[in-house]
Write a protein that binds this ligand. Sequence first.
Ligand code: SF4
Length: 250
Amino acid sequence: MSAIELYARASVGFDERVAHAVAVLESAAAEHAGRIVQATSLGAEDMVITDLIARHGLPITVATLQTGALHDQTTALIPRIETRYGIEVEVFKPVEESVVHFVQKNGERAMYESIELRKACCATRKLEPLARMLAGAGAWITGLRREQSDTRAVVPFSEPDDKGRIKFNPLADWSWADVWHYIAAHDVPYNPLHDEFMPSIGCAPCTRAIAVGEPFRAGRWWWEDEKAKECGLHVKDTAVSTVSAIGAPR
Ligand code: SF4
């Protein structure tokens, strides 16, 4: 059964939520002309946002992180986006020497050994290239939704990040059914791993399929406590400070 068959449902207010997401994107693009980036994870929500950006011709740069540990199916979405929408996806990679050094020192499976090592891996492979992606940007766009986890239950449509930029979350009030209804209605390309019970997809070593009834993000860093389950991209101060405190690159 495909993710569309499993999840896509039309619901009351869907058209209004789409219109509101477009309004958020239009206003963000106007306010931050030339200095706004969609930081796409290539997940289902972000594919919807990229479709909205392209469909409405919004001047928003689309960029992603290639951590070096993604599934092939995830990486394959980059040329699919470029072909489908005729836009360039900017790809940011970690500093190769930093990754080599981290793996030599801590091993390929370091992320399973402690939260500190897992966060240090995320700092090397994600936070440092994200910082380069957002250097010079006044705003960025994410696919965060309130429904994704308890720690995201109060996600606003826009908020300042800890670097003084504005982070826009245009799908904050969308349900998972909305996301898939939009994907089905507009034939949006998506990661085939979503068809294999992976609603939230990150790096391959840190993503597994979920079972019926498990929470949305249960397949991410499943060996950790629920509250620790962020990579630092969307956590202010504490996680980044933790990363900094253990000497990882920023
Ligand atoms: S998600 Fe896993 S593999 Fe990817 S950067 Fe974080 S710890 Fe490393």
